[in-house]
Design a protein around this ligand. Sequence first.
Ligand code: HEC
Ligand code: HEC
Length: 369
Amino acid sequence: MKFGSRRIVLVVMGTVVACMLAVALASGQAGQEPRPQMAENVFKNVQVLKGIPVDEFMDTMGMISAAVGLNCLDCHTGDSDKSWDRFAADTTMKQTSRKMLLMVNALNKDNFAGVRSVTCWTCHRGDLRPTVVPNLSVQYSPPAEDVNTVEIRPGGGGRSPDEIFNKYIQALGGAQQLARLTSYAAKGTYTGFDTHHTKVPVEIFAKAPAQRTIITHAAFADRVAAYDGRSGWVAAVEKPLPLLPLTGGNLEGAKIEATLSFPAGIKQAFSQWRADSTSIDDKDVTVLQGTNPRQPPLNLYFDQSGLLVRMVRFADTPIGRVPTQIDYSWQSTPRGSADRRQRKPGTRKKEGTTKGTVGAVYDRPRCHN
Ligand code: HEC
Ligand code: HEC
């Protein structure tokens, strides 16, 4: 096992370039899996973070690591990468973190009606030692806006969500072309922290409206992530369970990513959309925010040609919301015509990179039909 880089611990970057073969997926066995196990039943020494499933527990570990700028082994014993059991041993850092977990819970309970208004990030901001003295250059510089958490002013971009969706569908080749795409099998390559940043082969199987399986052939073992339309799992050696069921925000995230494999369905997946404009790397983008009651939002960012350039989604944990960011870059293949409306859905190459505190995926194959 190897756990990530120092700063952003569970970061995945991926690229997929592949061909379409239109192979259908076997349909899943939804509803038959047992209830997911809770962290305290799988691990040996959980004292505070009880009552959450294992995938969410691992998200909180990623979240803590990102908030204080540490690697897993900085809080756990140096030999913890040898076996999962060793994470149970207590260290001073771990004990301090437990106190911090209780402190943050109490802060929110006593002052913010139990809403998670204060998180590890609020004070630490990626540093072990929160700063004490105000920084004058921060006060007198223009505010650095985080485009992922930008406030969406309804109608702020001067365009309606429908206009933006229509332009996206047009940019992909039009509704008719997309309607014909109902399943595909794709091959490509994948690069991620879990492959030590080396390129490895990957296979994707997707079936409309929202089923997707991804098999990553890493050097040490295969990693399989599947969403069957209702349930999702990951099987990988770097996970604490042989078959890790996805729950809550991770399950919702798997569904969103599977739905985005067939873009025509994404609009219906959210009950409300709001549009605004902002910029990524000094380039103007339109942002659409989809919301459903009692769920974190989904942000989609489109460039001036109407194509999706970023997706940001969030999963809730007991210590705050974990963001997952997937960036896409597009370029025409030699066969692509200058007129976008003439293009078939698959005649573009799409490369995606993923950033976030949760490991995730790249997307979208390149096809030659
Ligand atoms: C800032 C310190 C810190 C960092 C960094 C950290 N952890 Fe933890 N970890 C903890 C604390 C505190 C607990 C105990 C939680 C509790 O008692 O509820 C814990 C518990 C665990 C457990 C349960 C072990 C057992 O058997 O009881 C595992 C597994 C684990 N961490 C894995 C990880 C992984 C993987 C990473 C890197 C992604 C990581 N941790 C990063 C503080 C940290
Ligand atoms: C209200 C502000 C605040 C919040 C919220 C907060 N911390 Fe801290 N944390 C501090 C301060 C202040 C220190 C002491 C730093 C020092 O010694 O200079 C500290 C110290 C630590 C240390 C020990 C650093 C060391 O060098 O020994 C760890 C680990 C830590 N915090 C983890 C966390 C985790 C995990 C969370 C979220 C559950 C969290 N903190 C939330 C303010 C905060």
